[in-house]
Design a protein around this ligand. Structure first.
Ligand SMILES: Nc1ncnc2c1ncn2[C@@H]1O[C@H](COP(=O)(O)OP(=O)(O)OP(=O)(O)O)[C@@H](O)[C@H]1O
Ligand SMILES: [Mg+2]
Length: 245
């Protein structure tokens, strides 16, 4: 039987200009902090921005944004209206699970995604940023299925081992006909050109590098501090370059 939520999803996403899915395959490379920072920068520039945290088992964007589920909750009105945080329409399972772990498997993850996409009323947005969990699995395939117009922004660290996972992801996405914006190298410590060369050799766009910022950790939780870091400056310049194209 056809799931009635499928037709609702298309409708729910129909007023979103651009969907950017931030992904890596690899864990701990900065997906969530980069996604949150991009959302904040765009919102500050006056764009209508949404952020959807799809890391169902261990969401973290709320930490970067300083959101507490005890203080802010979505409103129910013919669906769920995401609360606005620092000018961003924000949706995460933390609103429903709090700090509890959500040990979801296969089918349940697909179902949670369907549910969240079917109920969330984003309204009109210039950008929807989607933070992905690590790994190349069912969720990635589901995202490709439901976000038909998604642009994939790929994050890697400088690690050769991390990049091997990213390479697999890039080849998979390309094989499935996904729109790949390019690759950002994060947590860079030296001036190696390895990642840049590998990305170019694959025929994908190398979008730029973000260096290790020793002041980043301390800035997390305060949006004002976060936006003043060198990290945010580097995100900003990559983002403006990216939006020109
Ligand atoms: N350029 C950077 N400089 C310093 N610290 C960084 C940088 N980028 C990310 N970090 C730190 O690395 C840690 C992991 O970042 P983050 O949680 O965003 O990664 P992730 O890819 O989303 O991880 P996961 O795969 O677990 O979801 C965080 O503590 C973050 O503050
Ligand atoms: Mg993350």
């Amino acid at each position: 039987m056809l799931d009635p939520r499928l037709s609702i999803i298309e409708d729910r996403l129909s007023n979103i200009e651009r969907i950017i899915v931030v992904s890596s395959g690899k864990g701990g490379v900065g997906k969530s902090i980069i996604t949150s920072t991009i959302a904040l920068i765009l919102a500050r520039e006056g764009f209508k921005v949404g952020l959807l945290d799809l890391d169902f088992t261990s969401p973290t964007t709320h930490i970067a944004l300083g959101v507490s589920a005890e203080k802010i909750q979505p409103i129910e009105d013919r669906g769920i209206v995401p609360p606005e945080v620092h000018g961003i329409k924000y949706m995460s399972l933390i609103f429903y699970l709090g700090d509890k772990a959500a040990p979801l498997r296969g089918n349940e993850i697909s179902n949670a995604l369907l549910e969240v996409l079917a109920i969330t009323r984003w309204g009109k947005l210039d950008f929807l940023l989607v933070d992905m969990p690590p790994g190349i699995g069912d969720l990635m395939l589901d995202v490709l299925k439901y976000f038909k117009r998604a642009n994939f922004l790929i994050i890697t660290s400088s690690s050769k081992m991390a990049f091997e996972t990213v390479r697999k992801l890039l080849l998979l996405l390309r094989g499935l006909g996904a729109e790949i914006m390019g690759v950002i190298e994060n947590i860079k410590l030296d001036d190696s050109t390895y990642i840049r060369r590998e990305v170019n050799a694959l025929g994908e766009k190398f979008l730029g590098e973000i260096h290790f910022d020793e002041n980043l950790e301390e800035a997390i939780g305060s949006v004002e501090k976060l936006l003043k870091t060198k990290f945010a400056d580097e995100v900003r310049s990559i983002l403006w370059e990216l939006l020109k194209t």
